[in-house]
Design a protein around this ligand. Structure first.
Ligand code: FBP
Length: 563
């Protein structure tokens, strides 16, 4: 059995994690040795084929100015064949960093990079930067050996090297990153992260290229939120597992609701901005109500409209004799309600310029409508809206208890309806937040294989000298052997946005599309689910058996398969 303590190399000799395969559960142990399939193109000699020149997701002129060295890079695709793209006998020094929130499968991306180097660039070194981008800036790393990596294969979490949300942004921070890459003589760096982290990866790649440094940078699409995707990158890893974990829990509270007959479970689900997780969980479990942020925004709903919608369904159900139900709420919901969005935008500017005084004079900076809304919100929500933004300038929606706020508002509305004689039921709300529980589960078969392929592909891209690309594995509805492998220009995913009061390049988030197949399927079924109880309880993630390789509905529907 491998002990990570003994294998801890690099700069630090203190144990960084407590992983011992010897104390693993039987399931964890059985997963370590689970052999992972690779796309067949990676199993044979391959060559690189470049596609046409790329543009940007928005504001191409601005992006071209911000990334003069990288803008326009073509996508790259691996295809069978011999070539000199992948020099044999090359020994590489590669760094890898996990950035942002955990997502099941991160350890497999690292295993994939490591195995690529073992298979194709023997004698290479893989450095794991510890604690996210701060590890690069502070040159904190561990040398990843096969013994070190072994206990983490197919395991959830990011604790092999841990993660962080620091951003490499200021000239000093770029300098620190440069010093580390020079000190370790890095040929390449793999940034495993979400939209913000991959934006950072692109900035680093541009900086290294501009300075004629040899270090290349490749990104990998990570986030349970599922909002880092495009045609060439059909999914971010972790989404599949997280949704399956949440769907199991939702299925359980559905059975609880049906059994006691007296609770409305308000379940807030993670997913900072986009509502993909909520939509996928709805498709997997058929709750009575699922709010989709993007639809709320498109219809310009107010908090009162949302409350009324929930109260209407509850009244209808009471008439049918059901005083229970399950309601899914995306954690980013309040950021989609135009009036709250406006309030948050104003608060962001106020917080960015540090003008929050104890006496509350800062409130004068809010416009009348925003001030009215702010004063109307429960004090707990007011406080949560004022919490510090994350290093990328985002509101920390995971800390805003929208589910509790909605219970309060629905309760008040139902009370009024009772007094008017239009509601005769009983209402008891139970609040839940399913968030962190889904981020570190044992990766599903899909995420295990997908992440391993992403890592292996990142190794290949660096080996061929590519930079500023995001590892891209496609054709995901097909068996793993038929998956396609390549890289997509990070600049082609970019747009400019206002953050911390300034315009910045960002990877454009992929939101739920209201004319997309997943939403349309949900919309066609939600009325039936609202009044009739069509609950589905998917149970825990399976690693073997008939449903073990089932892929999530969102991906299949988006790829044009029936789900
Ligand atoms: P990433 O975008 O970094 O993958 O993180 C996603 C997420 O899990 C969101 O769903 C959630 O809002 C946020 O992280 C929570 O952040 P933190 O881990 O800092 O509490």
């Amino acid at each position: 059995m491998a002990s990570v303590m003994a294998a801890n190399g690099g700069q630090s000799h203190a144990p960084v994690t407590g992983r011992f395969a010897a104390v693993y559960s039987e399931v964890q142990n059985s997963r370590i040795d689970h052999a992972l399939p690779l796309p067949s193109v990676l199993g044979k000699p391959f060559k690189m084929v470049n596609g046409p020149r790329s543009s940007a997701a928005g504001n191409p002129d601005e992006i071209a100015k911000l990334f003069p060295c990288l803008f326009g890079q073509p996508p790259a695709m691996l295809v069978p064949g011999e070539s000199s793209d992948f020099p044999s006998g090359q020994i590489l020094k590669i760094g890898v960093v996990l950035s942002g929130g955990q997502a099941p499968g991160g350890h497999n991306v690292i295993s994939g990079i490591f195995d690529y180097l073992q298979d194709r660039c023997k004698g290479s070194t893989l450095y794991g930067f510890r604690g996210g981008p701060a590890g690069i800036m502070k040159c904190k790393y561990v040398v990843l050996t096969s013994e070190y990596i072994y206990p983490y294969r197919n395991q959830g979490g990011f604790d092999m090297i841990c993660s962080g949300r620091d951003k490499i942004e200021t000239p000093e921070q770029f300098k620190q990153a440069e010093e580390t890459t020079l000190k370790l003589d890095l040929d390449g760096l793999v940034v495993i992260g979400g939209d913000d982290s991959n934006t950072n990866a692109c900035l680093l790649a541009e900086n290294f290229r501009r300075k004629n440094m040899k270090t290349r940078v490749i990104g990998c699409p990570k986030t349970i939120d599922g909002d880092l995707k495009c045609k060439e990158v059909p999914a971010s890893f972790g989404f599949d597992t997280a949704c399956k974990v949440y769907a199991e829990m939702i299925g359980n509270v559905m059975i609880d609701a049906r059994s006691t007959g007296k609770y409305y479970h308000f379940v807030r689900l993670m997913g900072r901005a986009a509502s993909h997780i909520t939509l996928e969980c709805a498709l997997q479990t058929h709750p009575n109500i699922s709010l989709i942020g993007e639809e709320v925004a498109a219809n310009k709903l107010t908090l009162k409209n949302v409350t009324d919608y929930i109260a209407n369904v509850i009244c209808h159900r009471a008439e049918l004799g059901y005083n229970y139900g399950v309601i899914l709420i995306p954690e980013g919901l309040i950021d989609f309600i135009p009036e709250v969005q406006q309030l948050i935008a104003e608060l962001n500017e106020i917080l960015a310029h540090d003008i929050v005084d104890e006496g509350g004079l800062w409130k004068k900076k809010l416009n009348d409508q925003s001030l009215q809304l702010f004063e109307f919100l429960p004090p707990a929500i007011q406080e949560q809206l004022m919490l510090e933004r994350d290093p990328h300038g985002n509101v920390q929606v995971a800390k805003i208890e929208t589910e509790k706020m909605l219970i309060q508002m629905v309760e008040t509305e139902l009370e009024q309806r009772k007094q008017r004689g239009t509601y005769k039921g009983q209402f008891k709300g139970q609040s839940h937040f399913f968030g962190y529980e889904g981020r570190c589960g044992l990766p599903s078969n899909f995420d295990s294989a997908y992440c391993y392929a992403l890592g292996y592909a990142a190794g290949a891209l660096l080996h061929s000298g590519k930079t500023g690309l995001i590892s891209s594995v496609g054709n995901l509805a097909a068996p793993v052997g038929e998956w396609t492998v390549g890289g997509t220009a990070l600049t082609s995913l970019m747009d400019v946005e206002r953050r911390h009061g300034k315009f910045k390049p960002v990877i454009k988030k992929a939101m739920v599309e209201l004319d997309g197949a997943p939403f349309k399927k949900f919309a066609s079924m939600r009325e039936e689910w609202a009044l009739n109880n069509r609950y589905i309880s998917p149970g825990p993630i399976q690693f073997s058996g008939p449903v073990a390789d089932t892929v999530n509905h969102t991906l299949l529907l988006e790829l044009g398969d029936t789900a």
